[in-house]
Design a protein around this ligand. Structure first.
Ligand code: GFB
Length: 320
C-alpha cells in the first residue's frame, strides 16, 4: 500500500538548503502539515536538542535533507567537518525519529557513495565494492553510514526508513560561492561575471574531461516524495536523470545559456575528482518515476534565479 502523506505531519530537516526547500515546495500539493525546525533553535548536531524537538513536534514522516554539502574543493579541504557534521546530523535525526515513532523516513545521500571506478551506469549493488574517490571519501563515508543506519533500524526494529541517493543536483537556491560550490553554480557565476565585465576568458577547474550527471532539484524533490509514497525496502535507490556530459560540454552549455562567448581555459592545479559517476536510473524507473526537467531549460531557470538574487542583494546593500 502506498504511504499516504495527506493529513500527516511531515518534517523536512534542512528546509533552508536547496534540496530541503525544493521538498517543501513539492509537499505543498500533498495536503500535509509541513514541519520545519529553526536553525537557531535546533542544532541538528546536538543529540539532546534533536530528541527533545522531535518528541514535541511528533512528525509522522521525515525527509533527512539536512547535511553539510559542498563542491570538490570544500570536500577536499574540510574532511573533518564533512565527516563529523554529517554523521551527527543523520544519526541524531534517524535515532530521534525512531524513538518518537516516526512512520516513514527518507534519508538523502549522494552519488559519491560509490567506488571511484564503479562500472557505469552505476547500479545500487555497486555500493562498497571498491575504493572511494579521495576528494570526497569523508562525505561519502558519512552518507554510507546514513544508508546503513536506515537499514539497521529496519532490520532490528522494523522501522520503515528508506534511502534515496541523488546525483549532482542544481537549481534555484544553490550555493554560488566559488570556493565552496559545486561545478554548475560556479560555472553560471563565472560565465555571468565574465559577460558583465567583458572578460576574455573563464577558468574551469581541472581538465574538463570528467563526466557528471545533473538533476534539477525540483525533479529530485519530486522523486523523493514519490519514493516516500511507493518504496519500503532495505536497499537505497538512485535518483538521477540517466544522462551525463563532460565538464567542458557543461561549460559550453552554460556559456550558451548565459550568452558568454569568451575563451575557456583550464586550471590544472585543481582536482578532477572521480572520472565518471553516471548512476543507473533503472530501479527508480521501475518504481514509476523519471526525470522531467531538461538540462538546458533547468540551467536557464537557475541562471534567472541567480540574476534575480544578485539584484535583491544589490537592493539590500543600497538600503543599508
Ligand atoms: O561539482 P563538483 O565540485 O564536485 O565538481 P564532484 C565536478 C567537476 O567539475 C570536477 C570540475 O571535475 C571539478 O574539477 N569543475 C570545473 C569545477 N570548474 C569548476 C568550478 O569552478 N567549481 C567546481 N566546484 N568544480 C562532489 C562531491 O563531487 O559531488 C560531493 O565533492 C558531492 O561529495 C557532490 O557528492 C554531488 O562532482 O566532483
Amino acid at each position: 500500500m502506498p504511504y499516504e502523506l495527506k493529513g500527516k505531519k511531515v518534517w523536512v530537516a534542512g528546509h533552508r538548503g536547496m534540496v530541503g526547500a525544493a521538498i517543501v515546495r513539492r509537499l505543498v500539493s500533498e495536503n500535509c502539515e509541513i514541519l520545519t525546525a529553526n536553525r537557531n533553535d535546533v542544532d541538528l548536531k546536538d543529540q539532546a536538542t534533536v530528541r527533545a524537538w522531535v518528541a514535541t513536534a511528533k512528525p509522522d514522516a521525515v525527509f533527512v535533507a539536512a547535511a553539510k554539502v559542498g563542491g570538490i574543493l570544500a570536500n577536499n579541504s574540510y574532511p573533518a567537518d564533512f565527516l563529523y557534521d554529517n554523521l551527527m546530523i543523520e544519526a541524531n535525526i534517524i535515532e530521534a525519529s525512531f524513538r518518537s515513532g516516526v512512520e516513514k523516513l527518507c534519508f538523502l545521500g549522494s552519488s559519491c557513495i560509490y567506488p571511484k571506478f564503479a562500472a557505469q551506469p552505476i547500479v545500487e549493488g555497486a555500493l562498497l565494492t571498491g575504493e572511494l574517490e579521495p576528494t570526497n571519501e569523508w562525505y561519502a563515508i558519512a552518507k554510507i553510514a546514513g544508508i546503513k543506519l536506515c537499514q539497521a533500524y529496519r532490520k532490528q526494529h522494523g522501522a520503515d526508513f528508506i534511502s534515496a541517493m541523488p546525483t549532482n543536483l542544481y537549481g534555484p537556491g544553490d550555493n554560488f560561492d566559488l570556493n565552496s560550490s559545486h561545478v554548475m553554480p560556479a560555472l553560471i557565476r563565472k560565465a555571468h561575471e565574465a559577460k558583465i565585465t567583458g572578460a576574455k576568458q573563464i577558468v574551469v577547474w581541472g581538465t574538463g574531461k570528467p563526466l557528471r550527471e545533473f538533476l534539477h532539484v525540483d525533479d529530485c524533490a519530486d522523486a523523493c516524495v514519490h519514493l516516500m509514497k511507493v518504496y519500503s525496502d532495505f536497499e537505497h535507490v538512485n535518483v538521477g536523470s540517466g544522462e551525463d556530459l563532460s565538464v567542458l560540454a557543461l561549460t559550453k552549455l552554460v556559456c550558451e545559456v548565459v550568452g558568454y562567448r569568451g575563451e575557456i581555459v583550464h586550471d590544472l592545479s585543481k582536482p578532477d575528482g572521480t572520472p565518471r559517476k553516471l548512476m543507473s536510473a533503472e530501479k527508480l524507473r521501475t518504481l514509476g518515476w523519471e526525470a522531467k526537467i531538461e538540462l538546458k531549460k533547468g540551467i536557464a531557470e537557475t541562471y534567472a534565479a541567480f540574476v534575480a538574487g544578485q539584484v535583491t542583494l544589490r537592493q539590500a546593500e543600497a538600503r543599508r
